[in-house]
Write a protein that binds this ligand. Structure first.
Ligand code: S3P
Length: 173
């Protein structure tokens, strides 16, 4: 990875492809891919749905902010895949902007809803039709993704290999 950009941070809604693109991009750059949700689960010792059920969303957001800051500021070369709600906090947006090249993997709610329907590991989908939830989250978060990102990629238009090529071109590798 270039010495100027030591860290790429992927943001975007559930179903945008952050984990898949993160893994493939990291392999291409020969750096680790770190998944923020996986780090939270490892430290909490239980799944994300269990954290939401047992401790509530606010507790999950506190863990998310804590580990996001730690990972962003650890100085290690990596691709960091965040959870869809990581942009909700202004402090999180600030820390991401300060510590890496932030890429927004974007797609319309209609596309996202198809990708995430039937997923039981995402508590925000519980009891609400996926398209309705995807639209609500899009309305709330689209301006935040926009404000916080250095690059936006429409993942409905590009397949994963083309997304990777676009990112490599943007960071001049
Ligand atoms: C969330 C997205 C999830 C996970 C949690 C909350 C959100 O991550 O962090 O369920 O608020 O959009 P993915 O975007 O990887 O699904």
């Amino acid at each position: 990875m270039s010495s100027i950009i030591h860290q790429i941070i992927l943001i975007g809604s559930m179903g945008a492809g952050k984990s898949t693109v993160g893994r493939r991009l990291a392999a291409r750059l020969s750096v680790p891919c770190v998944d923020l949700d996986a780090v939270i689960v490892e430290h909490a010792g239980c799944s994300i749905p269990k954290i939401f059920e047992g401790q509530g969303e606010a507790a999950f957001r506190a863990l998310e902010s804590e580990y996001l800051k730690t990972l962003c500021e650890d100085g290690n070369h990596k691709v960091l895949a965040t959870g869809g709600g990581a942009v909700l906090s202004e402090a999180n947006r600030h820390v991401m902007q300060q510590s890496g090249f932030v890429i927004w993997l974007d797609a319309k709610p209609e596309v996202l809803a198809k990708r995430i329907s039937g997923d039981r590991n995402r508590p925000l989908l519980k009891g609400v039709p996926p398209l309705q939830r995807a639209r609500e989250l899009d309305a709330q978060r689209r301006p935040l993704y926009k404000a916080c990102s250095d690059l936006r990629i429409d993942t409905a238009k590009y397949r994963v290999p083309q997304t990777i090529r676009t990112i490599l071109e943007a960071i001049k590798i």
